[in-house]
Write a protein that binds this ligand. Structure first.
Ligand SMILES: NC(=O)c1ccc[n+]([C@@H]2O[C@H](COP(=O)([O-])OP(=O)(O)OC[C@H]3O[C@@H](n4cnc5c(N)ncnc54)[C@H](O)[C@@H]3O)[C@@H](O)[C@H]2O)c1
Length: 437
């Protein structure tokens, strides 16, 4: 088919223009990756501040190399807009917008739908649309396709449609977009061929699947796998707490077995844009088939309760020293949901802060990467981490194990530390001050 042939040529010769819709944690690194190999990238970002920053060559995502971005913008390889007028210039349109949950934990596809409604009237012959956002099996065909079809164009001859879930692990230096195997599913053979050609340009290994639906399930299953295993070690931690055993010692020993087991660690709960949300996408879709996903429900229940356990353990530490939680000064160390990131979305550290404040404690936080928290019931600025601050606290709770923090120094100056991440594993002195989760 002529349109397919032409698009394949443009992709293989890197003459194709790549549109990236949503320049966030997924979209901006993706845009840089494509521009680096020679594609021209046009971003669409509804947040005008983010779009302006991209056009000034200013980085705001930790996984992006700031110098690389600045250089690519200077060379005219990346530009951003807040609107969709330049969609016809794009050969490939990659959608990287959020897929959150509603208050009732059901999928909220308003961003994907609104983007599709903007693209449809501007769609032209010879374009590939690929959805990268994480979502339930069926979204590409059941939600995206009908909207794109309203353009009057024919699928598989005029335009092509695929789903290739982003698997990026923010902050992971070993596995980046380039060396993380990509799975690709499409709504027809021509779409699959074009999508495979596109992703193979920048990614070392691309695995084709028989449908977009299968690719969608791959991604939600991966995150469900993490959620369930984290819940399992969290439950073990709760049991170890009852048995007066050190869960970290037990797990470290268990993970010395070279087969049949893999490491997951307990903590104050799960956070970020993926693990707390994605399994619910699958849970919701399963209900359409009168199917109950028991593991998802159980894992969600255990992981959601972890911040409460941290609060209760903090109260136990304070009570042991004759202190009432309502008069205690508590420093929460780390607000990001994960080590060395500046992302506090759904962070369990924020949930812990909320619970401590609710009980009347005088709470502050320090995070080298998260300067301010603006969340439901919590609005705070990070305070500087000083010797004096540590000495003033009745309790320091390590909620995120950032590698830039000197934990020897923290324990040396704090009177009591509740460590929810085993960040103090190598601290030698004053270990009697440390309580592990
Ligand atoms: N962050 C991760 O680690 C990660 C990893 C894998 C997959 N994902 C998935 O990728 C998707 C995007 O996640 P993210 O973390 O990059 O989100 P994000 O919030 O960091 O970025 C999304 C961007 O899209 C923009 N946007 C929203 N609606 C738009 C619209 N109509 N037009 C243009 N721009 C719009 C937002 O302003 C934002 O900048 C989600 O489905 C997420 O589940 C995320």
């Amino acid at each position: 088919m002529e349109s397919e042939k032409r698009l394949l040529e443009r992709i293989r010769s890197k003459e194709a223009t790549i549109g990236v819709i949503g320049l966030g944690y997924v979209g901006l690194p993706f845009a840089v990756e494509k521009a680096k190999v020679g594609f021209r990238v046009l971003g669409v970002e509804q947040n005008p501040d983010r779009a302006d920053r991209v056009n000034r060559g200013e980085n705001y995502i930790s996984d992006v190399n700031a110098d690389e971005l600045a250089e690519l913008v200077r060379e005219g390889r990346i530009a951003a807009d807040t609107g969709f007028d330049r969609v016809p210039e794009m050969d490939v349109i990659v959608i990287c917008v959020p897929t959150p949950l509603t208050k009732n934990l059901t999928p909220d596809l308003k961003y994907v739908e609104s983007v599709a409604r903007e693209i449809a009237p501007r769609l032209r012959v010879g374009q590939l649309v690929s959805l990268e956002s994480t979502t339930y099996p069926g979204t590409t065909e059941e939600v995206l396709l009908p909207i794109l079809r309203s353009s009057g164009l024919e699928l598989e001859s005029d335009f092509f449609l695929a789903h290739s879930p982003e698997r990026v692990d923010p902050g992971n230096k070993r596995y980046t977009t380039k060396n993380t195997t990509k799975v690709v599913g499409a709504v027809g053979p021509a779409s699959l061929e074009v999508a495979l050609a596109f992703y193979s340009q920048t990614i070392e290994r691309v695995v084709p699947l028989s449908s977009a639906k299968a690719a969608e399930l791959v991604k939600v299953f991966e995150n469900t796998f993490r959620a369930v295993n984290i819940a399992l070690v969290n439950e073990l931690m709760l049991l170890c707490d009852c048995m007066d055993l050190n869960v970290w010692e037990v797990l470290e020993a268990a993970f010395t077995k070279p087969f049949g087991i893999m490491p997951f660690w307990p903590g104050p709960g799960v956070g970020g844009h993926c693990i707390p949300l994605d399994p619910h996408y699958l849970e919701w879709k399963a209900k359409e088939h009168n199917f109950s996903t028991h593991f998802i429900a159980l894992a969600g229940e255990i992981n959601r309760r972890m911040p409460e356990f941290v609060r209760d353990k903090a109260w136990r530490v304070l009570n042991r020293h004759g202190m009432a939680p309502s008069c205690a000064k508590v420093l929460v160390l780390g607000a990001a949901y994960k080590r060395d990131l500046n992302d506090a979305r759904e962070s369990p550290a924020v949930a812990v802060i909320r619970l401590l404040e609710k009980a009347g404690a005088d709470v502050c936080y320090h995070d080298p990467f998260v300067r301010a928290i603006v969340d439901v019931d919590v609005e705070m600025q990070s305070v500087p981490l000083t010797e004096e601050l540590l000495k003033q606290q009745d309790l320091v709770i390590i909620a995120t194990d950032h590698s830039t923090v000197d934990y020897d120094w923290v324990v040396a100056h704090a009177s009591r530390v509740l460590d929810t991440r085993n960040a103090t594993k190598n601290v030698k002195g004053n270990r009697e001050r440390i309580t592990l989760l």
